[in-house]
Design a protein around this ligand. Structure first.
Ligand code: ASP
Length: 267
């Protein structure tokens, strides 16, 4: 579903800002920091369904999910249905070094407090109004994928989930179905979480590249099946050589990317 032209302009600008900051970090600190910085910025923007401005569940609470995956070490970490933090992606990053790397609910929040994350209210008036007026799902889960000059890949994804969903519903964004990276490809998904989980989308695309199938071909093959099964979702990806891929079964996917200095956008 397309936003108004004005809103599209703002989305385009915000994505470019996140891309610019992420790219600067890519050069200095590598792929993992780059995707975290980009997602953090988008979480802070109430326009997107992640961090501040997240969708509300049916009980008017925000329960956010986010994950990071470092393809070079094949380590995944995430938070599921965390409340009262500003940047779920940063909590996920803090978990990456731990033995227990996926935490949910109040325990994820307690971990965040112990680690120094301050309490934060991510509920916005706009989302409360949308819930009251039963308005459509806001745009959208945020995600970033990157490869650095050492060939290390990373993916990060963050979401407020589905508007007015059952209290406690779990999104795909803190599961490998929605966010995954290997030493060959990094993938992040958006769209209907249940469809993404049913199809194990991010893992499936990444696995297809294991026999050296090009990422664009892996996207094409998986999305052909997703279309046939009328799934509602989109994904972005990058391979070890910095080749980008994206696809969507939805009318639109907002994405911006940079490869070998070239700026690529899709709306
Ligand atoms: N993937 C998210 C979820 O279903 C929603 C979205 O992408 O907007 O939880």
């Amino acid at each position: 579903m397309h936003a108004s032209p004005d809103r599209q302009q703002i989305i385009r600008r915000r994505l470019q800002e996140a891309l610019g900051k992420g790219f600067a970090h890519l050069m200095k600190r590598g792929a993992l920091e780059a995707v975290i910085v980009a997602v953090r910025l988008l979480e802070d923007d109430p326009l997107f369904n992640a961090g501040t401005g997240s969708s509300l569940q049916e009980d008017a609470k925000v329960r956010m999910s986010a994950s990071v995956m470092d393809g070079s070490t094949r380590r995944f970490a995430g938070v599921i249905n965390i409340e009262r933090v500003r940047n779920p992606v940063l909590v996920a990053r803090a978990l990456l070094k731990k033995e227990d790397r996926i935490l949910a609910g109040i325990h994820a929040e307690r971990f965040a407090r112990r680690t120094g994350f301050k309490p934060w209210n991510p509920v916005t008036e706009e989302r409360l109004r949308m819930l009251r007026e039963k308005l459509r799902q806001p745009h959208g889960t945020v995600g970033a994928v990157a490869v650095d000059r050492r060939g290390r890949l990373a993916a990060a994804t963050s979401t407020g989930g589905k508007m007015a969903s059952s209290a406690g519903r779990v999104s795909d964004s803190a599961l490998p179905a929605g966010n995954y990276a290997t030493e060959l490809a990094a993938i992040s998904c958006t769209g209907l979480g249940e469809d993404i989980v049913d199809e194990a989308v991010a893992v499936r695309i990444a696995q297809k590249t294991a026999d050296r199938t090009a990422l664009s071909k892996a996207f094409a093959a998986v999305f052909k099946e997703l279309m046939e099964r009328k799934r509602k979702l989109g994904a972005i990806g990058v391979d070890r050589l910095g080749r980008l891929a994206w696809s969507s079964t939805l009318p639109c996917l907002y994405a911006a990317g940079r490869s070998s200095g070239r700026l690529i956008e899709t709306f």
